[in-house]
Design a protein around this ligand. Sequence first.
Ligand SMILES: [Zn+2]
Length: 495
Amino acid sequence: MRIAFGGLHTECSTYSQQIQHWQDFTIAAGEALAHQHAPLFAAHPQAEPVPLFHARSIPGGPVHRPTYEGMKHKFLKALGAATPVDGVLLLMHGAVVTPGLADAEGDWISAVRAVVGDHTPIALAYDLHGNVTQQVIDNIDIFAAYRTAPHIDTDTTRARALDMLVRTIKGDIKPFVGWAPVPVLLPGERTSTEDDPCASLYATLPKIDKTPGVEDANLMIGYVWADEARATACAVVTATDNTACRTAVSQIAQSYWQAREACCFRVTTDTLDALLPQIKAALAENTGQSGPLILADSGDNPTGGGVGDRSDVLAAFLREGLRGAVFAGISCATALPKLMAMETGATCQIEVGAALGSCSPLLRASATLLAKSGNAAAAKDQAVLVEIAGNRVILTADRRPFHNLRDFEAFGITPADERCLVVKSGYLSPQLAPLASPALMALTDGAVNQSITTLPNTKRTMPAYPFAKEFQWEPEAKLSSRAFQMELDLELGTP
Ligand SMILES: [Zn+2]
């Protein structure tokens, strides 16, 4: 059986001034894409992987429309050339925004359906921060989304989708998808699956999978930083029985609705000004603390869609005379060429902030070069470690997160040995979270501002919690139009 696969994977904040173009994406196609996904297909030796086109970027601002259309064209052209195929596996995030399209994933997936026709199953593997619409549901047969945030189950999610697709092609199951939007829009930092209530909610999903007539149960948190009509949480279930599907969808949707007010930040979260005294104490010598205070500059988190070039927190440290912290990192493309050309130990004046177009205030500072990384051949990967007023600051050419220990080690920094790290992050990554003593999250400004009820809100479907709090709601399970077509086919005796 021939299974075509690929897709477009990013999430886009409509509050970001950065526009994503081709060069912001990592593209894989052909043999390279097949090689990346060889472990996924290894469990299904009867399946022949047919790699199409896959584009992935660090979350950011909206995708330039010609870039989106160009990528869709590449994908559909590869799919058309590969047909006939027995099934399609789409590896998507689910939160693309591109100007002029109200439902980018719905547009992409319905175009795939138009190429392969009604009788080829389409499986969709999604991020739980993706947005789902009736158009998405009506064009797929199989749906599986992450069940962890921070995400550590990307591979198993794709394996769930592929396994259902293979069984569908073999004729073992005839699945369809049902869903129910839930009028709740919360950031990932209040819905981590490592803490209750979401830990418990997600723990029930594998149990619901075992219900007769249900194949795969999903709770979608949705993407909160896109001011779009489609933005919503939802329950999505892949099933083989209508009643079982509706029951499971309603149960999952109701469980999230009931838990909405218990979804809180799990670390100390406050304005930067309110957190500064605690930071000042941690930076004072001889405090005897066991590990680094890790401060998340949450509004500018590039893995949530932030621009990653803001200097507000560094400016506050300088204003308060705080020394001894490590900042990792700040995108500062404008200063990188000058710094990369300098000798280690040299000092120059630089401007930090808004290098990629955010509304960050501009910080003028004297920087002493401590270390360089990368070379002119890969300008996007260039980064430097500089000292600014007693703090070490990693400045990068491109937007990039510092979530893994090796990101720091490249500059000779061992996070566990530091007194204070400042990272552009929401919830801390699996490698940093265990080190934090304590973890603090600053409600900073930026494209992924965590104070979501203060965000400009012109297109979201209302009412939705927490934008509105006093309203009643009951889940309404809706099945894919393909489920009704299957019933009709059965009735008429058509295949
Ligand atoms: Zn996500």
